[in-house]
Design a protein around this ligand. Structure first.
Ligand code: MTE
Length: 319
């Protein structure tokens, strides 16, 4: 993975939210006007793909599982991203993810379950009450943010799916569509589609969520619209974006980063300041927007809640 310092973010590269939204509204209006001139009565297909990004989410409950830390500014959360399907640098996702169409969208729940089902995204969003979960996100590249996600516990979906006794792991897959995700034409960085996985007890942990929004609004494309995983005690790359498939399986899934570089990226990838990345230390991190570094906490500060999942495991071996 590339390592960039927050100081690399140029102020000119971060569009203030209002300006960004106004620009999108303007583009939408121009598209509608153009369609009207052409005599089209239903110009919906001309709306920008993420026309719903920025839309407020209603009935969001607060969660006792949120941390009490100041969230990173929205402009950083939406302007400094890792989403290799749109490029390997931090600024390409916000520039190029406009080509992603988060609607219509469906998520297939399949494999070792009694209730396989393909959910339309709007149906999926009603699976459980949506909550705000303010979590730390610690990237394996040693930067971090605090993100006020909106989502619901992954275990609500698992309960509906009714896994069979053979379901030991859950495999998540991102959309594969090079027309919408242009970097998928190149095999230089990763094998596509992006795949991630969790052990079933990790997936059932109350901290693991499917996020559909942030800062009270629909998820922006660059953050993984319309639905992504968030597993706050693991390095950020486990939190797979723009999910189209959730498959319950017997064998441990082979994930995108394990395939790309098995000696550097393991299946578990719990945040662990005691185990360095082969190319850099994991002892400290830079919180985006802050100058000095802070200590990285075991399990990203969620040890009290999750350490019992790994009792008896040598976390140096299972990195
Ligand atoms: N999911 C997909 N499909 N593709 C990616 O490149 N990057 C991962 C993760 N999920 C990635 C992904 C990495 S490395 C990180 S740190 C987080 O997304 C970043 O999430 P954010 O951009 O919303 O902060």
């Amino acid at each position: 993975m590339l390592i960039k310092k927050p100081s690399d973010i140029k102020a000119s590269e971060i569009t203030p939210k209002e300006l960004f939204l106004n620009r999108r509204r303007f583009m939408a209006q121009m598209a509608i006007a153009g369609a009207a001139v052409a005599g089209l009565t239903s110009p919906d297909f001309l709306l920008p793909s993420d026309a719903r990004a920025g839309e407020k989410l209603a009935n969001v409950q607060k969660s006792p599982l949120s941390i009490n830390e100041t969230p990173t500014p929205l402009k950083d959360i939406t302007g400094y991203n890792n989403f290799y399907e749109f490029g390997t640098d931090k600024y390409s996702p916000s520039r190029y993810a406009k080509s992603l169409m988060p609607r219509p969208w469906s998520v297939a729940v399949e494999g070792e379950v009694n209730n396989p089902k393909r959910y339309d995204i709007d149906e999926l969003m009603k699976l459980a009450p949506i909550e705000e979960r303010i979590y730390r996100l610690r990237c394996v590249e040693a930067w971090s943010m605090v993100i006020p996600w909106i989502g619901f516990p992954l275990n609500a979906l698992i309960k509906r799916a009714e896994p069979t006794g053979k379901a030991k792991y859950v495999e998540f897959t991102t959309l594969y569509d090079p027309k919408q995700m242009p970097e998928q034409r190149s095999r230089m960085s990763l094998f596509w589609p992006y795949v991630e996985g969790l052990r079933i007890d990790e997936a059932n942990h109350p901290l693991a969520i499917l996020a559909v929004g942030l800062y009270g609004e629909m998820l922006p494309n660059q953050n993984g619209a319309p639905v992504r995983l968030v597993v706050p005690w693991k390095y950020g790359f486990k939190s797979i974006k723009s999910i189209v498939k959730i498959r319950f399986v017997e064998q441990q899934p082979s994930t995108a980063w394990m395939k790309a570089n098995p000696s550097e990226y393991g299946f578990y990838s719990n945040v662990n300041p005691a185990v360095d990345h082969p190319r850099w230390s994991q002892a400290t991190e830079r919180r985006i927007g802050e100058f000095s570094k802070r200590k990285t906490l075991p399990f990203n500060g969620y040890g009290d809640q999750v350490a019992s999942l790994y009792q008896g495991m040598d976390l140096r071996k299972y990195f």
